[in-house]
Design a protein around this ligand. Structure first.
Ligand SMILES: [Zn+2]
Ligand SMILES: [Zn+2]
Length: 312
C-alpha cells in the first residue's frame, strides 16, 4: 500500500493541476500533495469537532501538551482553524525525556504565539520516577491519574471551558481493543470522544480521534513542527504498544479496519451500553483537596500520603 511513483494528487487532478502526491491514504482512497494533505487534515479535525459538538469559537480550550506529535499537531490545527486554544504542559520530571519535551513545547508555544501553562509535578507532589519507587503500581497508571487530576484542576483554576487531548485513532483503537478483550463494561461506557462536564469535572474532548498516528506525524512534519520523537522511557512494554502492533498489521492487510472498529463502536455499541440510564457511581468531593472523586480521598491525595510515609 505504498504511493506509486508519479501519482498525482487527487484534489489537484480534479482542479486540472499537475502536482504530484506525496501521501497515500488507502483507507480514504486519496493521494495528496503536501498542501492538500494539510487542508484535508484540518477539515477532518473541524468535522470531528462539529460531529461530536466538542466546542465552538466562543469556548476557551486548554490543550494538554506533551511535546509529542499528536498534541502539537492538534494545537497547531486548532489555532489555524481559529479556535481560542492555549496549552498546558505537565512537567513529570522524567529525566531527559521531560527536559526535551518541555523545551519543544515552550518553543512551539512561542512560534504560534499562544500561552503555555506549566505544572511542575516535583513541586506539586514528586517526580514520576520517585512516585514509581514509592507506589506499588506501574508508572503509567500513576502518571495517568496525576495528569488527569492536574489537567482538570488547572483548567478550572485558569477558567478554560474545555480540555482537549491529542489522543489519536490508534490510541483509541488500542484502548477499545484492550477493554473489549476484558469486557470492561464500565470503561467501555465511558469511551467516547466527548466527556461532558460533570460536577467538578471540566468537559474533555479528543478532536484527533479519527486521525491516525501516521497522519498526525505527517501533519507535524509538513508544518515544520519539532516534536519529541522518542517515547517516554516508562511506556516500554505497555500492553497498548502490543495492541498497536497487531492493529497496524490488520490495517495493512485491510485498510480502514481501525476506523471501522472505532466508529462502529461509537455508532452501534456505545448507545446500547448507555441505554438504560444506569445509575452513575456517586461523585463525592475529596475530603482533603476538594476535587471530585469516587472515594473519600482522591487518588492523587492518596499518592501524596504514600510518598510522605516513604520519605519519613
Ligand atoms: Zn494537491
Ligand atoms: Zn484529593
Amino acid at each position: 500500500m505504498r504511493l506509486k511513483k508519479g501519482t498525482r494528487c487527487t484534489i489537484c487532478k480534479s482542479k486540472k493541476l499537475n502536482n504530484k502526491a506525496v501521501v497515500f491514504l488507502p483507507h480514504h482512497r486519496l493521494a495528496l500533495c503536501k498542501e492538500h494533505f494539510i487542508s484535508w487534515f484540518e477539515n477532518r479535525v473541524e468535522k470531528t469537532i462539529k460531529e461530536f459538538k466538542m466546542f465552538s469559537k466562543n469556548d476557551t480550550v486548554l490543550v494538554a501538551v506533551s511535546g509529542g506529535k499528536d498534541s502539537l499537531s492538534l494545537w497547531n490545527a486548532l489555532v489555524k482553524l481559529g479556535y481560542n486554544a492555549d496549552g498546558l504542559y505537565i512537567d513529570l520530571g522524567i529525566g531527559e525525556y521531560s527536559k526535551d519535551s518541555k523545551i519543544l513545547s515552550l518553543d512551539f508555544s512561542k512560534k504560534i504565539g499562544r500561552k503555555l501553562h506549566i505544572v511542575d509535578l516535583k513541586i506539586e507532589i514528586e517526580t514520576i520516577p520517585v512516585i514509581k519507587e514509592s507506589v506499588n503500581k506501574p508508572a503509567c497508571s500513576a502518571c495517568g491519574s496525576v495528569k488527569r487530576y492536574y489537567m482538570n484542576k488547572m483548567a478550572k483554576e485558569l477558567g478554560y471551558s474545555v480540555i482537549a487531548t491529542g489522543h489519536n485513532l490508534d490510541d483509541e483503537v488500542a484502548v477499545l481493543f484492550g477493554n473489549t478483550l476484558g469486557w470492561d463494561i464500565d470503561y467501555l461506557k465511558r469511551q467516547y470522544p466527548v466527556l461532558e462536564e460533570e460536577e467538578g469535572f471540566i468537559k474533555k474532548v479528543k478532536p484527533l480521534c479519527k486521525i491516525t498516528e501516521k497522519e498526525s506525524a505527517l501533519y507535524a512534519v509538513f508544518n515544520n513542527i519539532e516534536y519529541i520523537e522518542y517515547e517516554c522511557p516508562f511506556s516500554e512494554g505497555a500492553s497498548s504498544i502490543r495492541y498497536k502492533e497487531i492493529w497496524s498489521k490488520l490495517e495493512e492487510q485491510s485498510p480502514g479496519s481501525k476506523l471501522r472498529f472505532y466508529t462502529g463502536f461509537l455508532k452501534k455499541m456505545y448507545p446500547l451500553l448507555n441505554k438504560e440510564n444506569s445509575k452513575k457511581d456517586d461523585l463525592k468531593k475529596c475530603i482533603i483537596c476538594g476535587e471530585p472523586s469516587f472515594h473519600e480521598i482522591c487518588s492523587v491525595c492518596k499518592l501524596k500520603q504514600k510518598i510522605q510515609k516513604v520519605k519519613v
